[in-house]
Design a protein around this ligand. Structure first.
Ligand code: PGA
Length: 256
């Protein structure tokens, strides 16, 4: 077992109004807001940050955001800057999610700018990487994911490693109910760890948490989280319901 603390992060995507988000956050706080063995984070929409931040106040649950622009301010209509997130005590920022890459044309280079800006503003990037079904079937998974990690973390220094989170999310498993088997996920996580060693140095690479994402649910979490390089989960669908999200936190806590 590694000494990395598990991270269970909820990606609410484009779901929940501010009121609904605050209610969900309150339910999560009530169930697991005091525990310290697992790091827990919820990432609502921008318009819910204020209400959810208030609902999390005084708990150990950290607020996250789903995106951020790399520039500090300026003429970027529809975008959000680091300062604006920090004001609500955002600790983690999901970056380069496959939905952003696919629907909004985000490239590795742009995601890399965001990663560097997030770290420079004392927040933790959750860098998402993953392959399509076609790429997997063509045997390109490791090559592609390794390149995404390398490009995404360009310029990140070894001493920043403990603030870096990588999420491996096979695109074919997101929201589909199809999960990578624990062995399939572990194979890719181990390959990511090898890249992290090259980029950040061997000792520092051990500090980076690598999350699995893609239909992680209470009934498959135990087996996934038991793998040596799976250090938590980035959860979509199952994060929208307090009971299932809390059960994932409990799964991680059980791994000890
Ligand atoms: P899912 O989403 O758990 O609904 O598959 C995961 C994600 O996209 O982060």
């Amino acid at each position: 077992m590694s000494n990395r603390k598990y991270l269970i992060a909820g990606n609410w995507k484009m779901n929940k109004t501010a009121c609904e988000g605050a209610e969900l956050a309150r339910q999560i706080v009530e169930a697991v807001g005091k525990q310290t063995s697992v790091a827990v984070c919820v990432c609502p929409t921008f318009t819910s940050l204020d209400a959810v931040s208030k609902a999390l106040d005084g708990s150990n649950i950290v607020l996250g955001a789903q995106n951020m622009h790399p520039k500090a301010s300026g003429a970027y209509t529809g975008e959000i800057a680091a300062d604006m997130l920090r004001q609500f005590f955002v600790g983690y920022v999901i970056l380069g999610h496959s939905e952003r890459r696919q629907y909004f044309g985000e490239t590795d280079a742009f995601v890399n700018e965001k990663v560097l800006a997030t770290l420079a503003n004392n927040m933790r990037p959750i860098l998402c990487v993953g392959e399509t079904l076609e790429e997997r079937e063509a045997g390109k998974t490791i090559e592609l994911v390794s390149a995404q990690v390398k490009e995404g973390l360009k310029g990140v220094k070894g001493e920043q490693a403990e603030n870096v989170v990588v999420a491996y999310e096979p695109i074919w498993a997101i929201g589909t109910g199809k999960t990578a088997t624990p062995a399939m996920a572990q194979e890719v996580h181990a390959a990511i760890r090898v890249v992290l060693k090259e980029v950040l140095g061997a000792a520092q690479a051990e500090k980076v948490r690598i999350l699995y994402g893609g239909s992680m649910k209470p009934d498959n979490a135990d087996a996934l989280l038991a793998e040596p390089d799976i250090d938590g989960g980035l959860i979509g669908g199952a994060a929208l319901d307090a009971k299932s999200f809390v059960s994932l936190v409990e799964s991680a806590a059980k791994q000890g």
